[in-house]
Structures are given as C-alpha cells and as structure tokens.
Design a protein around this ligand. Structure first.
Ligand SMILES: Nc1nc2c(ncn2[C@@H]2O[C@H](COP(=O)(O)OP(=O)(O)OP(=O)(O)O)[C@@H](O)[C@H]2O)c(=O)[nH]1
Ligand SMILES: [Zn+2]
Length: 370
C-alpha cells in the first residue's frame, strides 16, 4: 500500500514534471500561481521546494487557442524553475463559475458586507447589492459590521427584519472581534468574493482575517467615501484556515440589469412563494396579473416593483440598441403603455439569461471614481 502515490500532485510532479495550482493574481502577462499541497508536511517530496508560489507565463499554445487565464483559475504548471520561482501555465481546468468584473473564476460564495451604522444601513442599497449578488448564482452570505455602534434591541430588530427578507445575517464588529470566529468558519475552504459599499469595513475585516496583510483602512469621507484602491485588478488572498478571499475595489450602486422575468427569482421572499405554487400566467411579472402568488404583503415587494421597472427599461434599451429584431420581445402599446407578449420558450430564455447573469457581478465592482 505504501507504493501508492499519495496524491495526484505527487504523481504529476514526479511523472510529468508539472503541478497544479490556483492563480492568485494577474499582472500583464504574468500569473502568480499558488501551488497545491506545498508545505503539506505529509508530502515529504515537497520538502525541498523553496517557495509555494511561482510567477508564471502562459504557454504559447494557450495563447493560440485564445485561452485566457483569470484570477481563481485552476491551472497545470509545467517546467517549474524553483530557483528562479518561475513556471509556465500549460492548461486551464474548466471553471465552475466565472465573473467578469472583477474577473474571478471558481468563486463559490459572495460575502456582502454592510455596516449597521456609519454609514447607516440603507435598505434600498442593501437590496440592490443583494439582487446583484443573487444574480451571479453564487451563494450569498450577508455580514453586518459595526455592531458595536448599535444597541442589542436594535440588533434584534435588524435581525428579524432581514430574516423576513429570507436572510440570516452574521452580525459582527471588527473593533470588538464579535462574530469573527463564526465568519471564519463560513469562509474556510472556499473561494469568497467580498463585496459591499465603501466605508463599511471591508479592508478592516480582511486585515483581521489575514494577519500581516495590512490593507489600508480608509476613513468614511464624504458621500462617495472613496476607497483605498488605486488599481482595478483583483487579487486573491489566502485565509490562514484555508480558503481564498477576493478583495475588490470600492463600489458604487450596482446597476440593475436583470431581465424582468428572472428578477423575482433573486428575491428569497418571491422564491419561497413560487416554491409553493404557480402564478396563473407562466410569464407573470407579478404586478397586476390575476392570480399572482408573488404579489403580496412582504416588505420588499416595493423594491421588487421598483427594480422591475428598471429591468424593463433596461431590457427595452438593450433590445433597441443591439438587436432590432429582438424588440419583438416587447410590444409597445399606445404612447406610454408597454406590454409583454407571452413568451413561450421560457426555459430556453432562462438558460441564456443565467449564463449572462453569471458574468454580471461586475456592476458590484463599478469603481467609485465616476
Ligand atoms: N465602529 C466601528 N468602526 C469600524 C469597524 N470596522 C471598521 N470600522 C471603521 O470604518 C471605517 C471604514 O473602514 P474600511 O475598512 O476602510 O472600509 P471599506 O469597506 O474597506 O471601505 P472602502 O475602502 O472605501 O471600500 C474605518 O474608519 C474603520 O476604522 C467596526 O467594527 N466598528
Ligand atoms: Zn405572479
């Protein structure tokens, strides 16, 4: 039994002189790759490796086939030069998820960070970020920072309110350390993209989670609260307990660009209603249609209606701009009224929509520098 190679990594490194790893950062044509299993004491053959990361280039044949390499990509590295800390990426493994802005592959979770105070929690803004996060298809975790600034009663009030939205927020304070341990366990062993508006404590949090990192913590200054970042690129940081965090530039309001039909599915409250039954019309937009099961007395229904109007306007704009034929999705009636024609192929439509949505976390990352 001892003749069995202990890991795939070992097999590859011995037999093919190649290794697997994760791309942590991209700069121009260079890729910082964190190799798997390095520093793992059980793997004695790795003991002589001088460093766990290699600065890699992309093999010419990858360039030829147009294979891009993104932060988060799982890659095969060949011909490591251990002394020089260099290597070459020979292969990119299929991605489980892909976001376009910031470009991050294989993230499984979005950690949405908001503050309870300073700046005070704006439910409409929170709703927008939540919808955007939900639209990526990744898991969404909601974390509310600065609990040191509110009373226990107020905290309970927020908890109940957000439970009504379908979320179980994690309350924490970077200042007092409350809630950090719970958060650490949520983040371990997966790749998480951190998102949230400016000034809520994202840098402070990341600094707490990853000692020695020392991201610059800004002051809440003015309405825009400009962030610490001067660069646009995204970078992955390793958590001490395993897991990776994608830090992101300061944000603005994410753009509302879901399709009208899919919007409701990004509200847990609406999802719960749709799980219990169907609206009379399969293309119901949950406004004034008869026998709609989504319309109702839930807090964010107002947000839903508001976002829906924006989604309709956005889709109309897209249809007009890019593809005049696609305008048949929308039928203009009279001067002001718009009406949707029945859409029969909703499955196909939804599948296409989902694909694009995966790339649309990007609006979360619009930089505050307008
Ligand atoms: N009271 C209190 N203040 C906090 C807490 N965490 C962070 N802060 C303060 O909030 C301010 C903003 O923190 P940052 O970490 O820069 O916030 P950010 O989300 O990274 O902001 P951007 O860089 O603009 O995206 C700083 O003055 C922090 O000291 C907390 O738990 N309680
Ligand atoms: Zn409905």
């Amino acid at each position: 039994m001892s003749s069995e190679p202990p890991t795939t990594l070992r097999t590859l490194s011995v037999e093919e002189n190649s290794l697997r790893g994760t791309v942590l950062a991209v700069q121009a044509n260079f890729y910082q790759v964190q190799l798997d299993g390095i520093g793992d004491a059980s793997s004695e053959s790795q003991g002589n490796l001088p460093q766990p990361q290699l600065l890699c280039t992309r093999r010419t044949r990858l360039k030829k086939i147009g294979q891009q390499v993104m932060v988060g990509d799982r890659v095969l590295v060949e011909e490591p030069d251990w002394e020089g800390g260099r290597g070459a990426i020979a292969q990119v493994f299929p991605r489980t998820t892909e976001l376009s802005r910031p470009p991050v592959a294989n993230a499984s979770n979005i950690l949405l960070v908001f503050a309870l105070e300073e700046p005070s929690l704006d439910v409409y803004q929170l709703s927008r970020f939540l919808i955007k996060a939900e639209s990526t298809g990744l898991d969404v975790s909601l974390c509310l920072n600065k609990r040191d600034l509110i009373s226990a009663d107020r905290l309970r009030w927020w908890e109940q309110r957000l439970q009504g939205w379908g979320y179980q927020p994690a309350f924490m304070s970077v200042y007092t350390g409350e809630g950090l341990a719970e958060l650490r366990s949520v983040l371990s062993h997966q790749m998480t993209v951190v998102a949230g508006p400016s000034g809520v404590g994202k840098s402070s949090l990341i600094n707490q989670l990853i000692p020695n990192l020392d991201l610059r913590v800004g002051e809440v200054s003015g309405k825009l609260g400009r962030g610490r970042h001067t660069t646009r690129h995204v970078e992955l940081f390793e958590l001490p307990d395993g897991g990776l965090l994608a830090d992101t530039p300061g944000f603005n309001q994410p753009q509302m660009d879901s399709t009208p039909q899919e919007l409701a599915t990004y509200f847990p409250e609406a999802r719960a209603r749709l799980a219990q039954g169907n609206c009379q019309f399969s293309n119901c937009l949950h406004r004034d249609e008869p026998n709609c099961i989504v319309r109702g007395d839930w807090e964010r229904y107002e947000h839903y209606r508001d976002f829906l109007e924006k989604a309709i306007a956005y889709e109309e704009q897209l249809n007009q701009q890019s593809d005049p034929d696609a305008a048949l999705k929308l039928k203009t009636k009279g001067k002001s009224g718009r009406q949707y024609e029945p859409r029969l192929e909703s499955k196909k439509y939804r599948r296409t929509a989902r694909r694009t949505q995966l790339q649309q976390l990007e609006e979360l990352y619009q930089e505050t520098d307008l």
